[in-house]
Design a protein around this ligand. Structure first.
Ligand code: COA
Length: 252
């Protein structure tokens, strides 16, 4: 079934959610954002579904992050954007069932954030992870809160302040990725894990997720939501976004 720009399929007890705008590297357009939110809510409400797998369409990208083509430089836009986008990025954390990211290629910015919001990350050996927002004069609102706990403060700062992507192997060493698999076996291997989870006692699985995730959300994310719009008002953000649109290097 098509949900905006997302394909939603049920395979046994597993819902497969495919971000599907490959020409734009599955960047988080309105269609992808609405489709992903709807897909996760649908899966959570469907008693037949026990596990969700999220992947990206096409050979190159899982998701290249926020849709830069839609950025506007006003306080109202920036505030609404942060509120809405962070809720989409956090959605895998907030549903009651386990979510697996099957990362088939670039997972940048919001794409990396969706992956780390999932309970498990299975990566193709072609996958790359990164939070390049600094190159736009911006910051990754969700990852900047979550990365500390996942990779430690120094590495979180390094990834955020340099904005350079890392390979699947580096991400695995850092603990961002559970398992690296050959590219052509990605979905099969993600489904193997999904099916194992689906065969476990479901109340115990859901309580485990709830208890492990109990300290996520809350005031840290609200802080990020409230400060990020200021970045949109800075000249460096205008320059960074203009440089992306003009396909040139920014000058900060
Ligand atoms: N938002 C909107 N469009 C995006 C996008 C994004 N985040 N990432 C890629 N695209 C679009 C490009 O504009 C291009 O569209 P076009 O063919 O109409 O020009 C298309 O996807 C292919 O990307 P392109 O940049 O031509 O491919 P590349 O191989 O030269 O570079 C990336 C790939 C991922 C390095 C580059 O696209 C990039 O840096 N993307 C932005 C990543 C980012 O900063 N994400 C965080 C956003 S806050």
């Amino acid at each position: 079934m098509r949900l905006h720009s997302v394909e939603y399929e049920i395979k046994g007890a597993v819902a497969l959610v495919t971000l599907d705008e490959p020409a734009k590297l599955n960047a988080l357009s309105v269609g992808i954002r609405e489709g992903l939110t709807e897909a996760l809510t649908t899966a959570d409400d469907d008693p037949q579904v026990r596990v969700v797998v999220i992947t990206g369409a096409g050979e190159r990208a899982f998701c290249a992050g926020a849709d830069i083509s839609g950025f506007e430089f006003s306080t109202v836009y920036a505030k609404n954007f942060m509120n809405e986008v962070i809720d989409v990025l956090a959605a895998p954390e907030n549903i009651s069932k386990p979510v697996i990211a099957a990362v088939n290629g670039l997972a940048l910015g919001g794409g990396c954030e969706i992956a780390i919001a999932c309970d498990f990350v299975i990566a193709s050996e072609q996958a790359q992870f990164g939070v390049p927002e600094i190159k736009l004069g911006l910051l990754p609102g969700f990852a900047i809160v979550r990365l500390n706990a996942l990779v430690g403060r120094q590495m979180a700062k390094y990834l955020t302040m340099l904005g350079e992507p890392i390979s699947a192997h580096e991400a695995h060493e850092l603990g961002l990725v559970l398992r690296i698999v050959p590219h052509d076996q990605l979905l099969q291997r993600a489904f193997e894990l999904a099916e194992k989870l689906a065969n476990q006692p479901q109340m115990a699985i859901r309580y485990a997720k709830e208890i492990f995730n109990r300290e996520l959300g809350g005031s840290d994310i609200n802080y990020a939501k409230s400060v990020m719009p200021f970045l949109f008002l800075d000249d460096d953000a205008r320059e960074g976004v203009a440089a992306f649109r003009e396909k040139r290097e920014p000058r900060f």
